[in-house]
Structures are given as structure tokens and as C-alpha cells.
Design a protein around this ligand. Structure first.
Ligand code: PEP
Length: 247
């Protein structure tokens, strides 16, 4: 049985004041018998604040990216060991915004995931097709190439988390239907099974792309959807809590 993971991606949003309200409201609003894992992926300057407010609670915090390098002369970069030092449990890699605006390749994303696992930080590897790719029937080929680049470099798939985020659904208000998402999630699980049947049973595959309280229940009810990676709705405590409640 896979545990559901509800993860917020704050992107480049937040301030000490706004985060304090958001995190306190999330903490206060969690059900006593929480059935899922909860994560917030904050900008790096706020990891210490996450530790202060969330330390000792069931809510984890994580990063939105990591350097592919271990350490050294890479100005502005943040290494996996630094994320580990900041008690980040997870880090997102390969978000479509990083692939699009920072020209991140499948191979770079794969090596970032490898760096994270080396340091005990769980990678949330994002894959997903653009609208043009979907309309030209390339969805499976695109997500398979993105995922297989990662599977190729990892010695063990323990701790790997996958997020299927169709690019056309991110921040647009357009959501994949539960059936559309399920089809791709099932395909992704088959890709993992081709390498490691046991890992395919346990790997969590999250859906991301305009997940909100109104559609979360239906999406999360699909057999291969093991949680959500949530952007916009993760910045509003009520919405984030409603998605947690729907899981
Ligand atoms: C995301 O950025 O990962 C995301 C899914 O954003 P949104 O929920 O706003 O579409």
C-alpha cells in the first residue's frame, strides 16, 4: 500500500511574515488522524523558518532544485549536502519551469536526482509533456525519455518520487482529467517495473497541474495517482488543507 504524499511547491513566493501565517494555519488545520504525508517545498532562504515552525510536526519541508555538483566553485548553487544540513527531506528536480527557463536536460535532471539520493534527500522528479507534444501523440515518448534518463543513472530506486506534471496544466487552471492522468501514471509505473518490479509497487507517482480542492478527490482516487504536487493552491492554507482532506 503506497502512502499518499501531498506536496506544495511554493515556487518563488513567500516572505517571513506570509510563510509564518501559512505554515501556522497548515499546522493548526491538519486533521488529528492524518492519513497522508505532507511536504512544503520552500525557497532556500526559508528552510530555517520551516525548521523552526514545522520541526517536530508531521509536515516535512524540502527544496525546489539542487546543484548537480557536490561542492566547489559554483557561485549561487546549493548542494545536496547543504539541503541535508537544512533537514530538507525532499527536493524537486526537473520542474518544467527549470527545464524551460534554465535549459535543464534529462541527463542533468538525472544527475541532480543522483546527487540527492547520495545525500539522503528524496528526489521528486518531474516529467511532463507540452501541449504541442500531447497533440502530436508524443506524451509517452517524452515522459519515458525524461524518466528513463533518471532510471539509467540510479543504482537503487529506493526513495525515488515521480511527479507527472503536464506542462499545459501548470498554473493554467486546465487540469488533466483523472483518466488522462491515470493513463500516464500507469505508463510511468510500467517504465519503473521494467527495471525493478518491486520498486514499481512502492514508488509514489504524484500528479501536478492545477490540482485544487475541486478536483483533488477524483484525481487522488485513481489507482496510480499517489499524491499531488501543488503550486498555486499550496499558497492558500484553506486550499492546501482541503486537498489534504481529500486524500
Ligand atoms: C507546479 O508548479 O508544480 C504546479 C503544479 O503548479 P499549479 O498547481 O499552480 O498548476
Amino acid at each position: 500500500m503506497r502512502r499518499t504524499l501531498i506536496a506544495g511547491n511554493w515556487k518563488m513566493n513567500g516572505s517571513f511574515a506570509a510563510n509564518r501565517s501559512l505554515l501556522s494555519e497548515i499546522k493548526a488545520g491538519l486533521p488529528a488522524s492524518l492519513q497522508c504525508d505532507v511536504l512544503v517545498c520552500a525557497p532556500a532562504p526559508y528552510f530555517a523558518q520551516c525548521a523552526e515552525v514545522l520541526g517536530g510536526t508531521v509536515v516535512s519541508w524540502g527544496a525546489q532544485d539542487v546543484s548537480v555538483h557536490a561542492h566547489g566553485a559554483y557561485t549561487g548553487e546549493i548542494s545536496a549536502s547543504m539541503l541535508q544540513d537544512c533537514a530538507c527531506k525532499y527536493a524537486i528536480v526537473g520542474h518544467s519551469e527549470r527545464r524551460a527557463y534554465h535549459a535543464e536536460t534529462n541527463e542533468l535532471v538525472a544527475h541532480k536526482a543522483q546527487q540527492l539520493l547520495k545525500h539522503g534527500v528524496l528526489p521528486v522528479v518531474c516529467v511532463g509533456e507540452t501541449l504541442e507534444q500531447r497533440e502530436s501523440g508524443q506524451t509517452n515518448a517524452v515522459v519515458a525519455a525524461q524518466l528513463n534518463a533518471v532510471l539509467d543513472v540510479l543504482d537503487s530506486l529506493d526513495g525515488l518520487v515521480i511527479a507527472y506534471e503536464p506542462v499545459w496544466a501548470i498554473g493554467t487552471g486546465k487540469t488533466a482529467t483523472p483518466e488522462m492522468a491515470q493513463e500516464v501514471h500507469h505508463f510511468l509505473r510500467q517504465q519503473v517495473a521494467a527495471r525493478d518490479a518491486g520498486a514499481a509497487e512502492t514508488v509514489q507517482i504524484l500528479y501536478g497541474g492545477s490540482m485544487k480542492p475541486e478536483n483533488a478527490k477524483e484525481l487522488l482516487a485513481m489507482p496510480d495517482i499517489d499524491g499531488g504536487l501543488i503550486g498555486g493552491a499550496a499558497l492558500k492554507s484553506q486550499d492546501f488543507l482541503a486537498i489534504i482532506a481529500a486524500s
